[in-house]
Design a protein around this ligand. Sequence first.
Ligand SMILES: [Zn+2]
Ligand SMILES: [Zn+2]
Length: 258
Amino acid sequence: MDWMKLSTKKIKQVYYELLFNRCYLCHARMNHTKTSKHTPNLTLCQYCREGLAKNTLCCQHCKRSDHTSHSLCGQCQVSPPPYQVCVAPFRFEGIVKTLIHNVKFHQGNHYVRPLTHLLSEHLVDIYAQDNWPEQLLYVPSHPSRIRERGFCQTQAMTTQLISILQGYLKEACPTRPTQNPLKKIKNTQAQHSLSRKDRLTTPQNSYTVQSPVAKHVALFDDVMTTGSTIETCTKLLIDAGAERVDIWVIARTPDKEH
Ligand SMILES: [Zn+2]
Ligand SMILES: [Zn+2]
């Protein structure tokens, strides 16, 4: 199947398949025997999961892909970004890229669930030996872009992610403030539409923190490109009182210049 050509009819079909416990993508019927009450329903079958581009060979710290080992990338060896942990389980290509594009540009809200479900599985593994953050914040879109699209995809994904994590963690689940403290105040061009040089020189004062943050926060974004937005926001959160910032993204864009 050409994932770039998912028609509205197809998307609707996928949506209805959910009601019958079938895989979101290939519609194969799935075995829904839950192993425990904490295990949420599967959303992709094993076959489709194997087709996802996993970000396994990457920098240990910033999860920049296209590296041949699990060591630190050159940038992280010289000046590591100030976040503590970065979770980026997939590369931004193939099926994952198509699903995220559908959410962003084609009102594909029903793909929020499988995407956040996949991320939640990785989070549960990674935080098995670590403290979960107290708060979950997200990198927001600018208000004018939210008006244009009708919704903020990172907000929608964060809401779904919290709901899935509550199933695993109950009261230990990170909370989401009623108002996201992080705001976008400058409507810059979308990162993916800029050249690498322009992305790295995008004004750093596009975001601001407008309300108190917890000591240990997680910052969610759907895709991490150069990492400059994430780094800017991490610094702002640290300035606002956070002592530890963890980054949670679904996918990291492979660096084409390596
Ligand atoms: Zn499938
Ligand atoms: Zn790195």
